[in-house]
Design a protein around this ligand. Structure first.
Ligand SMILES: C[S@@+](CC[C@H](N)C(=O)[O-])C[C@H]1O[C@@H](n2cnc3c(N)ncnc32)[C@H](O)[C@@H]1O
Length: 289
């Protein structure tokens, strides 16, 4: 019988060969769009070894077969994806993008909005929720200044179930507090332990999380959106794939709506329905009306 301990020592003894690396990198790209360049092989290998250890596999091939078949395979694949994707994120990670919404896009939207219009935003590849809650904190504070006060909703999607689990708790350690601009702190509460804060229930109710693979996002039952925020996700995708995905996202934007990307994430991309907006620090497009 192979115990988990002996399994882990056996996996550790042989480095992944090139054919195995290519096979796994191809599977990850086919299923998530994420590419693993050769220099990221150690990252891929570490993630695989962790899950192989947890599931008692000693061979890359047998583990590959197990994630490729049946319901058990699908569940294990979901766990593996958590280990093979990068979840780093921050509140208000790219301030110029939020300023673009606050200073340019929102005043234009407000100028045309009917009294009962509301703003619907999507955070794509939301990881543990900071981007989605940043949008909620900002929209809440800015729309409160308008008369009438317009409502808003944020939908946030990711392929990683564990990241979404953290996002749904809406709790973050106090060391992250400094990422929140002072003017947007009304939407959080410090928990009684003094070590964590949480997004208030009123705002949590405005943010919904869903497990959606970006490769299928254009087929997801999403309503047309006023703002799509997609940052630090496409960088992990092949250039050709980025174009297809951006075309799909453009189709989800309302006329007059805004698509915000990370600077440098879509070099050369253009779309007949979208025109570039914002300054040199941002990469954003408005859909023609
Ligand atoms: C580096 S985080 C970016 C988080 C946030 N957007 C930001 O800019 O701070 C990238 C996220 O993209 C997600 N991701 C990767 N491939 C994806 C896919 N095919 N569909 C949906 N999300 C994906 C990962 O799970 C991860 O949470």
């Amino acid at each position: 019988m192979v115990t988990l301990e002996t399994a882990s020592s056996k996996i550790g003894s042989r480095p992944m060969d090139d054919a195995e690396f290519e096979r796994w990198a191809r599977l990850l790209e086919t299923r998530t769009g994420v590419i693993v360049p050769p220099e990221r092989k150690p990252f891929l290998e570490t993630g695989l070894r962790r899950r192989m250890r947890a599931t008692g596999h000693t061979q890359f091939d047998s583990y590959y077969d197990s994630v490729s078949t049946g319901t058990g395979g699908a569940l294990e694949w979901a766990s593996l994806v958590d280990h093979l994707t990068v979840h780093e994120t921050h509140f208000f990670r790219h301030p110029p993008s939020f300023e673009l919404i606050r200073e340019q896009w929102l005043p234009q939207w407000l100028a045309k909005a009917a009294p009962d219009d509301s703003v619907h935003a999507l955070s794509v590849g939301c990881s543990t929720g900071e981007e989605a809650y940043s949008l909620a904190l900002m929209l809440d504070a800015e729309l409160a200044k308008s008369s009438p006060v317009h409502r808003f909703g944020v939908t946030a999607t990711d392929v990683s179930q564990s990241a979404l689990g953290v996002a749904r708790t809406a709790e973050y350690p106090m060391r992250r507090f400094a990422e929140l601009p002072a003017s947007y702190r009304a939407g959080i509460e410090v928990l009684s332990d003094g070590e964590n804060f949480r997004i208030t229930e009123r705002l949590r109710k405005r943010v919904g999380f869903a497990c959606v693979n970006l490769l299928h996002a254009s087929r997801a039952p999403l309503r047309k959106l006023d703002i799509i925020f997609c940052q630090n996700v496409l960088i992990y995708f092949a250039r050709e794939r980025r174009r297809e995905l951006l075309d799909g996202l453009a189709g989800l934007v309302q006329p007059g709506g805004l698509l915000v990307l990370g600077p440098g994430e879509a070099p050369g991309w253009s779309h007949p329905l979208m025109r570039k907006t914002g300054g040199p620090q941002t990469l954003a497009f408005v859909r023609n009306t």
